[in-house]
Design a protein around this ligand. Structure first.
Ligand code: PLP
Length: 385
């Protein structure tokens, strides 16, 4: 049975009344605060039209920027608001000089965008080298150490790998990169909001994330963190008028870049997304990342232990301290398995060869046991040879 705290958490997420939702590392479902925030956004737009920019919306954007900074332990000056992580990576990538250092190092288990951003720069001389994950779960630091050399401009990799939930040692990686004169760009989409993290302490140069997942703010709002000492010298070529010091001067003839991380921004942001992002950040702040982390460890460990008992091959770190709540199970036909789970009201996802389950703090141990009950019927016994 749910305890009172769980009941209050679940009351925020209407989906929990109907479905056993285990796809939070893809998209956390809509909660009541974001729903109310959308109504509030519509009201300001309807009542004020363009005046809403100055009476409300510009202020909301600054609150979102401050919220991202708070979660990261960054200064608001170091945060650019972005429409997607992919756009954030493109503007960061546009600041490097690849003439002397053309090489970019990425892991072969990174999210596709982390590779595409630099593969698209091949015509400008960028050479991408993929570090191979030996177990498809994580990448040992020694492999990055071997790949980074005097021709390397940067490493771009995940803080948490999206199919395995494995946590990368980004501090160790920053030390390797900087010792060799390279930069570190981190894709923190799968870690931000799920792990306590101090971006200054990590030493990373650029870091990207957004609100789809553990920040619980829905699609349309992302960020780029740029370490303070990298901002003044950065000359992004992927930008727009919101990157100017005073965008509302409407000066088409001069490029007067903002003195802070706003210089990495593009054009008019999606304000509906800013409202839901602000609501998600506020909810996370109230629950607390430490509480979320504790729940993730407890709930996902129940799934891992139960899956082991049923004989599944688990493709994520089995120790909860080394992963987020992403639990992946090998299956020869995961799309069929996931469709069958969906018919039983269990929402999860698949990646090639894997069923991927990701509980969040509002899920319960009872739900993990129910999901395991359905999984038991889907396990395919290995062929006897
Ligand atoms: C690690 C990681 N990076 C990037 C993305 C996608 O970012 P966007 O669609 O905002 O570009 C995702 C998930 O959607 C992800 O898991």
């Amino acid at each position: 049975m749910e305890n009172p705290e769980e009941r209050a958490w679940r009351a925020e997420f209407p989906i929990t009344e109907r479905l056993l939702y285990l796809n939070n590392c893809s998209l956390t479902p809509l909660h009541r605060r974001s729903e109310a925030a959308l109504a509030e956004y519509a009201r300001t737009w309807s009542e004020l039209g363009g005046r809403a920019w100055f009476d409300h919306w510009l202020g909301v954007l600054e609150e979102v920027r401050a919220g991202f900074a708070h979660v990261l332990g960054a200064d608001a000056e170091e945060i650019a608001l972005e429409p997607a992580v992919s756009a954030a990576l493109v503007t960061a990538a546009s600041t490097f000089d690849y003439a002397r250092r053309p090489k970019v190092v990425i892991a072969d288990i990174d999210f596709p965008t982390d590779g595409h951003t630099w593969l698209a720069l091949a015509s400008r001389g960028v050479e991408v080298e993929f570090v191979r994950s030996p177990d498809r779960i994580n990448v040992p630091l020694e492999l990055f150490e071997r790949a980074v050399d005097e021709r390397t401009a940067l490493v771009c990799t995940g803080h948490v790998y999206y199919t395995s939930g494995a946590i990368q040692d980004v501090r160790g990686l920053a030390e390797i990169c900087h010792r060799k004169g390279a930069a570190l760009v981190v894709d923190a989409y799968q870690s931000i909001g799920a792990l306590e993290f101090d971006v200054h302490d990590s030493g990373v140069d650029f870091l990207v994330g957004g609100t789809l997942k553990w920040l619980m703010g829905g699609p349309g709002m992302a960020f780029l963190y740029a370490r303070k000492d990298r901002i003044a010298a950065a000359r992004p070529t992927a930008l727009g008028w919101w990157a100017m010091e005073n965008p509302f001067d409407f000066d088409v003839q001069h490029l007067d870049l903002a003195g802070n991380a706003r210089r990495f921004e593009y054009g008019t942001p999606a304000i509906a997304a800013a409202y839901t992002a602000r609501a998600g950040l506020a909810l996370l702040d109230e629950v607390g990342i430490a509480t979320v982390r504790g729940r993730h460890m407890t709930l996902s460990q129940r799934l891992v232990d139960g899956a082991h008992e049923q004989g599944w091959t688990v493709r994520c770190p089995t120790d909860a301290r080394r992963r987020t709540p992403i639990v992946t199970l090998e299956h020869p036909d995961p799309s069929v398995a996931v469709a069958s789970l969906r018919q039983n009201g269990v929402i999860c996802d698949y990646r090639p060869g894997l069923i991927r389950l990701s509980p969040h703090y509002f899920n319960t141990l009872g739900e993990m046991d129910r999901a395991l009950g359905f999984l038991a019927q889907l396990r395919v016994a290995p062929a006897i040879v």
